[in-house]
Ligand binder design. Structure first.
Ligand code: NI
Length: 260
């Protein structure tokens, strides 16, 4: 007898308006698909409060709180004290998502870096892992992490990049979290990373409502679809889904400090 499959979506934004019509139904669909845990991610202070509210209402949901670089231009006064207070909630398992985004460029790189470093330091002080967002900013993300967060437990969320970048992230001690793009037939660089990286360093996520996997690309995404990411990961590694899912589950427990 094998244990039932347990999947985890380590990065979702269920609090967004895209789920206003069917949030609770989406959470039920995830459970029915074997997605036994969901990590809800904040990107500013209101969404961090919302993540905690969702986590409080659902035993299988955990919260990550932080300010994403696309909100660097609207930092409220006293944000750091408020974020620190949110981190004390028992269902908060990491600081995030934090990092650099040179695609939307909502603030100058120096301001983004300052916000990123402040939150890395906060996480370090509180002994929490970090969830990192890096978009079109890989070189600077590696530089900041290399001198401010070497060995600090962290996750490169929705990993995108080639094997050289993956190796650099692994060398820093980070975990790599795959999302929908892993399932895209033409994502050959990601496929190589999925084959070569140690399974003990990999996670699965949806980034719902974004990045819906193949063959539902372009639709609103939801946590149930993390199964498609896990299946693709298993197929690429030529390992049974059960093996991959069990290791990813254990990896998430380890980095987030979840109780079995
Ligand atoms: Ni996100």
């Amino acid at each position: 007898m094998s244990e039932p499959l347990r999947l985890i979506d380590t990065h979702a934004h269920l609090a967004l308006g895209q789920f206003d019509a069917d949030r609770e139904a989406a959470i039920v669909r995830a459970s029915e698909a074997g997605v036994a845990r969901i990590v809800e991610i904040g990107y500013d202070l209101p969404s961090s409060h919302a993540a905690i509210a969702l986590a409080t209402a659902h035993p299988q949901i955990f919260a990550v709180v932080g300010i994403q670089p696309n909100h660097v231009h609207e930092l409220p006064a006293g944000w750091e004290a408020e974020l620190r207070a949110l981190c004390a909630h028992p269902k908060v398992v990491a600081v995030g998502e934090i990092g650099l985004d040179y695609h939307w460029m909502q603030g100058p790189p120096a301001a983004q870096e300052q916000l990123f470093r402040a939150q890395l330091a906060l996480a370090q002080a509180l002994a929490l892992p970090v969830v990192i967002h890096s978009r079109e900013a890989h070189a600077d993300a590696l530089r900041v992490l290399g001198d401010a967060a070497r060995g600090q437990p962290g996750i490169m969320h929705s990993f995108s990049g080639d094997w050289a970048y993956a190796e650099a992230c692994l060398e820093l001690g980070l975990m790599l979290s795959f999302s929908g793009p892993l399932t895209f037939p033409k994502a050959v660089e990601l496929h190589e990373v999925a084959r070569r990286a140690p399974l003990e360093r990999l996670l699965t996520e949806t980034d719902s409502p974004y990045l819906s996997p193949h063959p539902q690309r372009g639709q609103r995404n939801e946590p149930a679809r993390v199964r498609l990411v896990a299946e693709r990961l298993a197929a690429l590694r030529e390992q049974p889904l059960e093996t991959v899912a069990a290791q990813v589950w254990a990896n998430a427990e380890r980095i987030f400090g979840l109780k079995p």
